[in-house]
Write a protein that binds this ligand. Structure first.
Ligand code: FE
Length: 209
């Protein structure tokens, strides 16, 4: 696996001045009893798992529904993603990697926590944690098993190491039984983890189509 982190790498797990001010404010407001850290955690969790990844889910659902869009996403992810209005910091240089029956893709940032914010929101804690960052490369199948994902032995697992210059979005395989679904219903099947590669798309409930 190539490792392309270079000296321009942005270590965003160190507090920048803005993050340090936020941390200081949270501490003061908590000490004065003005905010409840649990409530703040709940808001962060919402961005991590609900609001943020819905953008990526729309990208994936459109790629599943529209072959021309999928092709565009493959060739020029920046433009294809921006066409849906998802632009911003930490998402300037995107590459979409498509799962196939032969190859499963999984994303990590071995040096810190590079993550495609405009399509996935805030990175989950485990993504930033050293065990995932080291083990995703050494033992991707072991990590997948911990996420409840078991792939056929003959399926290749390809691990992509994010950098400040290049962020990856995994396009999971469209699940069986989703033929009759529209884009909005399809997006419901696209989990955050399926776009990192530590999960698969949900199988639709029977009768949904
Ligand atoms: Fe990083």
């Amino acid at each position: 696996m190539s490792h392309d982190h270079d000296h321009h790498h942005h270590h965003d797990n160190e507090l920048d001045p803005f993050a340090a001010r936020v941390r200081a404010l949270e501490t003061i407001l908590t000490q004065k009893g003005l905010i409840d850290p649990a409530a703040v955690d709940a808001i962060v969790d919402t961005y991590e798992t609900k609001v943020g990844p819905r953008n990526g889910a729309k990208v994936v659902a459109k790629a599943w529904s529209d072959a021309a869009y999928a092709d565009w996403l493959k060739r020029d992810a920046n433009a294809a993603i921006a066409s849906l209005g998802f632009v911003g910091r930490q998402g300037e240089h995107m590459q979409a990697v498509f799962n196939t029956p032969d190859t499963h893709n999984m994303v990590v940032c071995t040096l810190c926590s590079c993550y495609p914010w405009p399509v996935l929101g805030l990175p989950p804690v485990w993504y930033k944690a050293p065990p995932y960052r080291s083990r995703a490369v050494i033992d991707p199948r072991g990590v997948l098993a911990e996420f409840g994902v078991t792939l056929p032995a003959e399926m290749k697992v390809r691990v992509w190491d994010s950098t400040a210059e290049l962020r990856y979005l995994v396009v999971p395989m469209r699940p069986a039984g989703s033929d009759g679904l529209g884009e909005e219903q399809l997006a419901e099947l696209v989990t955050r983890d399926s776009m990192i590669g530590t999960g698969l798309a949900r199988v639709p409930a029977k009768g949904a189509a």
